[in-house]
Design a protein around this ligand. Structure first.
Ligand code: P6P
Length: 321
């Protein structure tokens, strides 16, 4: 079977980009082993402090952030990186090459109950000839040169795009990433929606209407029954959408009206939006493509409605009407 190395060897991308992807994949191999060791290695539970997101950090949030950060520091084409777990960007002193943003362990609230979690990453061009500043990271998602995630589930998989389709690699017992999924494609229609229903009373009216239509199923205007899923790990929910279609939503809600949504643009919304668009789906903030959002802050949040194109388009038309 083809390895990630074989695959990258066939891509017309710059060797420097390929080495960044190889470095991220290598870190994810290590993270997979650390995550699966769980309680045996004493890695579960709280790290005992609050991160920049005002969320309680798990031990594995810290461990995995350190693993990825160390890997980025030692990867020559990386000029700087940003993490969900770090208040601001870190520069490597090198110039040119690439900027990497990542969520080292997405869904970590699921760790202690052994539910799939993942690492999400986004790769952007670095400014030429100078050490990057935080402002250099604030590029719209359309500027990403590559993006992907690792999902630590029954299999550990790496799902990756270099802007020419979406490819899946499965981690072997010999720590090789084997190409197992070529050109993932999201069906245009679906009968499966993913949203945290406990927030229903807080959503904007168009989202209420859309979900209500799904719940009414055959008895309502949709004329077909729907299924619902909510894993509460974005990586796992989006992976399911990439594998079999569906619509994933984390919309704005009125509990924090000044906050666009819960998920973060730079290392959750943008990389997932690139993957979904590359797989023939749509990814919006309910109104417009996520990839067109101009970032203002490193840790800014974004509403997310992504997946099967026709379903996302329906939400978008309801929201814009
Ligand atoms: P809720 C995990 O904490 C996360 O950031 C995403 O991975 C996931 O989709 C979402 O939050 C789950 O949020 O409010 O349902 O727990």
């Amino acid at each position: 079977m083809n390895t990630l190395n074989d695959f990258l060897g066939r891509q017309p991308a710059a060797p420097e980009l390929k080495s960044v992807i190889t470095a991220v994949a290598s870190a994810c191999t290590g993270i997979s082993r650390v995550v699966s060791a769980g309680a045996i290695a004493g890695n579960l539970g709280s790290a005992g402090h609050i991160n920049v997101q005002a969320e309680e950090q798990k031990k594995l949030d810290v461990i995995t952030n350190d693993m990825l950060s160390d890997m980025m520091r030692s990867c020559a084409p990386v000029a700087g990186f940003a993490s969900e777990e770090l208040e601001t960007v870190e520069t490597t002193g090198r110039t040119g090459g690439f900027l990497v943003t990542f969520d080292p362990l997405d869904g970590s609230s699921n760790i202690d109950v052994n539910v799939s979690v993942g690492t999400i990453f986004s790769i952007l061009p670095a400014p030429a000839g100078r050490v990057p500043a935080e402002a250099d990271f604030l590029l719209p998602g359309r500027n990403q040169v590559a993006a992907g995630y690792a999902i630590y589930g029954p299999q550990t998989m790496l799902v990756l795009t270099l802007r020419d389709g979406v490819y899946g690699f499965t981690l072997s017992a010999k720590d090789e990433w084997l190409l197992t999924h070529e050109r993932l494609s999201i069906p245009k229609d679906t009968k499966e929606f993913a949203i945290n229903m406990s927030n229903q009373r807080h959503w904007a009216e168009p989202i209420q209407r859309y979900v209500d239509g799904c719940l009414k199923g055959k008895t309502g205007e949709r004329g077909k029954d729907f299924n619902m899923r909510w894993i509460a790990s974005m990586v796992a929910d989006v992976h399911r959408v990439l594998m079999r279609g569906g619509i994933f939503m984390y919309p704005w809600d009125k509990r924090e009206p000044d906050r666009p949504g819960k998920l973060r643009l730079m290392y959750e919304g943008n990389p997932m939006a690139l993957l979904v668009e590359q797989a023939g789906g749509q990814a919006t903030d309910a109104y417009a493509p996520i990839l067109d959002v101009k970032p203002e802050k490193l840790h800014q949040r974004v509403a997310v409605v992504l997946g099967s194109a026709n379903e996302v388009e329906l939400v978008r038309s309801l929201s814009n009407s």
